[in-house]
Design a protein around this ligand. Structure first.
Ligand code: GDP
Length: 463
């Protein structure tokens, strides 16, 4: 990463041809660099133009005009990064965009690395780490729920909640230390009972926030889901129905899906990371490739968090169906039986089905809305808390947030236990301090360089 005092510049819009492209430049000295290449048609110097107003002018280098642009300056600290920032909207041709950027670089700006604008915003206190993570998720969002989860209001709610927990813990520490360090001051009593009850309240707050992870993870990271069933049961057809496109090849030759296809698709609030597997069957006629596919299917089933077992009810229940039931019986993942081809006459004995959490009749081919809605409701009920309102409630959604908050909770619990077996307040203060350390890591007040780098490496250049 560049030294923070350098001015950085990058194209912030996606690579390729477009109507307009935005070039962003940030750092102390950004206005001076802009003054050397950007000339407002008003004749005024850009650095003296009104801030946060789009200024029309020309990019000129060595007397040669490169483009007509609209440029805006955002003086520190009221900018995305908290530094002096310039945004130049130029024509979106690939070459013209690159030429404008190169003009800025020749005048002293340095190319920004991936996520460097947001990293600067974090370092300058414009964003907490959880807010930066949410922005990264927003850029990757594949569903409306993911957008809501990483939007402004959800980000704000989470930051406030974390800040609330941190402030409560800091309040406890100061109450303990004030009485130890200034015993002669008349600070009133702070009894063990009061400390204990405050710790219990903070513990409950942490637990409530932790409990949102189930929902947050189902929305943001998604649930690994396997569709299994004997060949020709309709796995690919269901997969395509959920995806809304013909992602898997649908044929009536058994064993067509030989490899494991994967795709993320939202089903209501939950993001399903679906693997459509080869069928599971035992046959003399299987070639080596299909055998490998079947082996992979079994491995995927073992690792899955949700199983859709699909049965063709236009045929009698047979040993291949039984093979599926046996293959999934040992996994702890919730299992949904989908009785497919319900548009055809039923020749299937439902009594043979064992160990399923839910059974739904469906026609994957016809894709009727009622069956899909039922499937959606069941899956959402299994993996999310319906009382949580995305955008209104604070929700944690990443493994990092979950691990850090769990650590905070463990330290609070240790403090409670020490107090309950009769330790003095100053002996308990170490645990409270460690809890503050953990919660501070959560919003990035104290977090290792490695974690910060890992988070910002997920960003693109220009963000
Ligand atoms: P897979 O081998 O389990 O992936 O099965 P496919 O999805 O390839 O489907 C096998 C055949 O069953 C294809 O000809 C599909 O069109 C047909 N099929 C799938 N679902 C249905 C359904 O709900 N009703 C009917 N009538 N046919 C279906």
């Amino acid at each position: 990463m560049n030294n923070l005092t350098h001015v950085i510049a990058a194209v912030s819009t996606p690579p390729g041809k477009g109507g307009v492209a935005i070039i962003r430049m940030s750092g102390s000295g950004a206005f001076e660099i802009a003054d050397r290449v950007f000339f407002p048609i008003s004749g005024k110097k850009f650095s003296e133009c009104r801030p946060r107003m789009q200024i029309y002018g020309h990019i000129i280098e060595d007397g040669e005009k490169i483009d007509d642009v609209l440029a805006t300056r955002f003086p520190a600290p009221s900018s995305y990064t908290g530094e002096d920032t310039v945004e130049i909207g130029c024509h979106g041709g690939i070459l013209v965009t690159r030429t404008v950027l190169e003009a800025l670089l020749r005048q002293g700006a340095m190319p920004a690395t991936a996520g460097e604008f947001t990293r600067r915003a974090f370092i300058n206190g414009r964003l907490t780490l959880t807010e930066a993570e949410a922005i990264s998720d927003l850029l990757e969002a594949k569903s409306r729920e993911q957008i809501r989860l990483s939007g402004d209001s959800a980000r704000d709610k989470l930051s406030r909640r974390i800040e609330g927990i941190r402030k409560s813990l800091v309040g406890l520490m100061s109450s303990i230390y004030a009485r130890i360090d200034y015993p002669d001051e008349d600070l009133g009593d702070f009894t063990d009972g009061e400390l204990l009850s405050s710790l219990y309240n903070i513990k409950e707050d942490c637990k409530r926030l932790l409990s949102t992870y189930r929902t947050g993870r189902a929305i943001s990271e998604g649930i690994s889901t396997v569709i299994c069933g004997k060949p020709n049961a309709g796995k690919s057809t269901l997969y395509n129905l959920l995806l809304g496109e013909d992602a898997a090849i649908v044929t009536d030759i058994p064993g067509t899906t030989r490899d494991v296809l994967r795709h993320s698709v939202p089903l209501g609030r939950v993001m399903l990371n679906i693997a459509d597997t080869a069928g599971i069957r035992e046959s003399e006629n299987m070639d080596t490739v299909e055998r490998i596919g079947v082996k992979k299917s079994r491995e995927m089933i073992e690792k899955s968090e949700l199983l859709f077992a699909i049965f063709d009810i236009s045929r009698p229940f047979d040993e291949d169906d039984q093979l599926i039931i046996d293959a999934i019986s040992s996994t702890a993942a919730p299992k949904i039986a989908l009785l497919n081809k319900c548009d055809l006459d039923t020749r299937f004995d439902e009594e043979s089905l064992r160990g399923f959490d839910v059974v739904i009749r469906i026609s994957a081919k016809e894709g009727e809305a009622d069956a899909l809605k039922l499937l959606q409701d069941e899956v959402n009920r299994m993996f999310t808390d319906e009382k949580i309102v995305i955008g209104q409630d604070a929700i944690i959604s990443s493994a990092r947030q979950h691990a850090t908050l769990t650590r905070c909770l463990d330290h609070i619990q240790a403090a409670i236990e020490s107090l309950e077996i009769g330790f003095a307040q100053d002996a308990v203060s170490g645990d409270v301090e460690r809890a503050i350390g953990a919660i501070s890591e959560l919003d990035g007040r104290s977090v290792s360089e490695e974690i910060v780098s890992d988070i910002f490496s997920k960003f693109c250049v220009g963000k």
